[in-house]
Write a protein of this length. Sequence first.
Length: 175
Amino acid sequence: MKLWKSFFVAAATLLAVPAFAHDGVMIADPYARSMGGVGASGAVFFTIMNHSAEDDRLIDARSDAAQKVELHTHKDDGNGVMQMLHVPEGFVIPAGGEHALARGGDHVMLMGLTEALADGDMVSVTLVFEKAGEVVIEAPVDNARKGPMAMDHSGHEMQHGHGHGHGHGQTDAGN
Ligand SMILES: [Cu+2]
């Protein structure tokens, strides 16, 4: 299985295949947003499809792009204010179903960016599943992308990091 995983990662990286798969779990349409430069926050979104016959669970995420990476969700505090919460137990992906991480909902939170992220930069994230194991994804930064809902994202401090370099960032340059 190790070989297969390496193959998928290598193929996905070299050919820019937009989906990442491993042991029945498939990740589609990944993208990232950055709320500023070095030390600021970012978030990564994607849809997880579970093609296996068993429920699975996303339990952790790791990335060299930030000092701390957590699984987060947004929750209405009862007064119409959206708050971000750490979800240590992770997100269930039902057997044969899917689970979307999207703006205003569940997301992978990048805390303390190790480098500024500009549109087009790739963020490498390792997703850890309870059953499927680890899946490495490459999420392009797309700050212009609209969320599924028209909301002002009051839980996040939105800042636009203009002028933070051009061209391709090295997602492994922050070691
Ligand atoms: Cu968050």
